[in-house]
Design a protein around this ligand. Structure first.
Ligand SMILES: NC(=O)c1ccc[n+]([C@@H]2O[C@H](COP(=O)([O-])OP(=O)(O)OC[C@H]3O[C@@H](n4cnc5c(N)ncnc54)[C@H](OP(=O)(O)O)[C@@H]3O)[C@@H](O)[C@H]2O)c1
Length: 323
């Protein structure tokens, strides 16, 4: 019988639909003895999952509940196949991305401060802010108190499962969307990442939704910030190391750009880190994928892969094939 280890932190009811021919073994993060399993579904929190790796024996297949699986190949070695939960985070992360863009363009962080200060007239600070960050100092009537997403030039770097969901959610805003991925293709048109620098100067909003890899590390650094439009909005819903943090702090402190980040490098962002104090910045602590729908969706994705594995069919979301 195929033995499947799953995190004891997840309710067993989530696994009720699993094939009857597998033995389900709940694994506590406090596991202190060797356990033989064929398939491992790690805890979504890497630190909890990593704690039990030394006790696992015989693992042939890892079914991650996350889209990002960076730590797993190093921890498990090259002799296991690893699948991610591609798709399970699409809606939650896409919704975070749209929320972050609208929050920044509608100056919600500023208006929360205004609300807490109990001063209605502080809304005029929005006009000053708009002129400072965009460089648009024309006399305006009525004064500018927020911006519009509709019609903006949006550059999306990464056009996978989540990127395509973001595109779907952007449709009502009739944005001018430019897509970038590893390789160029048509219908719809996707540019190769090699063209990124040429595309940056036109973008008003730049969305990062690609994996952290050796190639994407530092993809957005000082030269890329220099190419961005004055006041461009950088939205990172992907992974912190894709952006060079020192260059980001510098660009923010100089008032060159604004940013919304669900992810940072380092993460968690330590107390006193310069990013905490940067202007024109919204930070959320890596919560983009976490909604009540996450676990049921991710476990369903793992169940689909397990059924294919048992049937000897090709797996859908392989990020590492066992050698
Ligand atoms: N904030 C959160 O809580 C949260 C939640 C879920 C996921 N994420 C992050 O979001 C990432 C994307 O998820 P997904 O499900 O959309 O992944 P996916 O379906 O695998 O798509 C990844 C996309 O990124 C592109 N890409 C890969 N390397 C690239 C590079 N060096 N330069 C430019 N483009 C590159 C791929 O290009 P090709 O199409 O050419 O292959 C593809 O379009 C995950 O890896 C994870 O890090 C964050």
């Amino acid at each position: 019988m195929v033995r499947v280890g799953y995190p004891a932190t997840l309710p067993p009811a989530l696994f009720e639909g699993f094939p009857k021919e597998v033995e389900l073994i709940p694994l506590s993060e406090k596991l202190d003895h060797a356990v033989d399993i064929d398939v491992w579904i790690p805890d979504p929190y890497p630190t909890r999952a990593q704690r039990i790796v030394p006790h696992l024996r015989g693992v042939k297949l890892v079914l991650s509940l996350m889209a990002g699986t960076e730590w797993i190949p190093g921890a498990m070695g090259p002799h296991v196949t690893i699948c991610n939960a591609r798709g399970a985070h699409n809606i939650s992360t896409a919704e975070w991305t749209i929320t972050a863009i609208l929050s920044m363009l509608k100056y919600i962080p500023l208006y929360l401060e205004v609300q807490h200060s109990g001063q209605w007239k502080r809304r005029f600070e929005a006009s000053v802010h708009y002129a400072q960050i965009t460089g648009d100092a024309r006399p305006q009537y009525p004064p500018i108190m927020q911006e519009e997403l509709t019609g903006k030039a949006v550059l999306m770097v990464g056009y996978g499962a989540i990127g395509q969901e973001i595109e779907r959610m952007l449709e009502p805003f009739r944005v001018h969307l430019t897509r970038v991925a590893r390789t160029a293709r048509s219908e719809p048109r996707v540019h190769a990442v090699a063209e990124l620098d040429a595309l940056l100067p036109q973008a008003e909003v730049i969305i990062l939704i690609l994996p952290a890899t050796a190639e994407s590390k530092g993809l957005i650094g000082a030269p890329q910030f220099a190419l961005m439009r004055q006041g461009a909005l950088l939205v990172n819903s992907a992974r912190g190391p894709i952006v060079d943090t020192d260059a980001l702090v510098n660009a923010l402190n100089k008032g060159r750009i604004r940013a919304a980040l669900d992810v940072t490098d380092p993460e968690p962002l330590p107390d006193g880190h310069p990013l905490w104090k940067c202007p024109n910045l919204l930070i959320t602590p890596h919560i983009g994928g976490s909604t009540p729908m996450f676990a049921p969706r991710a476990v369903k994705t793992a169940e689909g892969e397990l059924r294919r594995y048992l049937a000897g069919e090709p797996l859908h979301n392989v990020v590492q094939t066992a050698i």
